[in-house]
Design a protein around this ligand. Sequence first.
Ligand code: ACO
Length: 366
Amino acid sequence: MAETDDTWSSNANEALTVSLVTPVAGQLKTVSSFHPKFTYPIFGEEEQIFGYQNLKINLRYNASDMRPHLSTTYGKKFKAIGDTEPADIEEMLRPFLPAVAFQKSKEFEQTVTSLPENWTPPGDKVQEFNTSQKGHTFEVWRGSLGDRAVKQLVSRIQILVSLFIEGGTPLDVDEPDADRWTVFFLYTKYTDPATKRQVYMFGGYCTVYRFYLYQPPSPPASPAEKAQKDDLDLGDGNFDLSQLPCRSRISQFIIIPSFQGKGVGSHFYQAIFSQYLKHPQTVELTVEDPNEAFDDMRDLCDLSYLRTVPDFLKLRINTSIKLPRDGAVPKTIIDPEAYEKLRRKVKIAPRQFARALEMQLMSQLP
Ligand code: ACO
């Protein structure tokens, strides 16, 4: 019987497995394994790979430093006929992974098993939290993309953006303004039952870009303002940008599938939000092109935070407001000054703040 094209096509989302492994007594143990949600940025709109039977693409990561290793196995490979050739899987994945992913399996295994036991994620630990995940403590680490170790880790995990965020664009880790990117890594730390060793396991990450707010050049209004401007001046006509007021924008936010739907993303978002609440230069925390799942999570998190703020709970519909005689809709039925003062204090962008307040007011309706 003649073999059809179908016989040689594989669904790319099923063929690709991403797994996290950790060394236990010299062997690599799989601690998490999942399929991607999307593969169209890599294998094309149809998410099909031509030219193999029983195709398995394994993207293994060392669970701590996320060193990747790619391997492919298949039953049969299609013999090229004219222009009809089997897909070159490695070449298709090459733009999405660092060179280290294509090393020999032995090199990967040796490097992973010899990683020092006191390894910690790059950057600084800024927060810890627990969820209903028994025995798991989560840690949030923060670093700048300008830091080599942060950049290396981001270059290893950037493929997750293409695999899990529809329309997501991987970051260019070599871009000149790398310092404007802050990266938050989420790790869980647990004791391996076999070795009693503390193990770091990657759980997700988030990138945040700093936009400097346009400051028109103006003479200082007061001696205090002049002193502040002089503090920023580095003496060579350049300014210390990191001290300028900015809008911080969440760009990519991912939780690995094994931790999704368990409140981990919410805790991670709240940890990041709290960092920016106390970051003096950040005027507002915004989100780039959020999807529905992220919006839902953010709405719940923002609302539960705002419900801890007494001034938010005081915002009420002003029932004593006089409606204009001409029947026009009154401009606002909430005290606009108190509203804006609070919005700025909590650093939530106008549309999101209005959404949260609407949810709050709706929840109070009899
Ligand atoms: N136990 C069980 N469920 C819980 C718990 C808990 N303790 N706490 C919250 N939940 C529920 C929430 O109510 C919510 O329910 P819903 O699914 O009915 O809305 C759901 O779990 C999700 O909340 P979390 O668990 O906190 O969120 P999660 O950890 O799954 O993270 C996220 C959400 C980031 C969207 C994650 O699913 C993900 O990474 N998805 C793939 C990538 C992605 O879409 N990223 C966002 C793109 S937009 C951007 O990057 C700006």
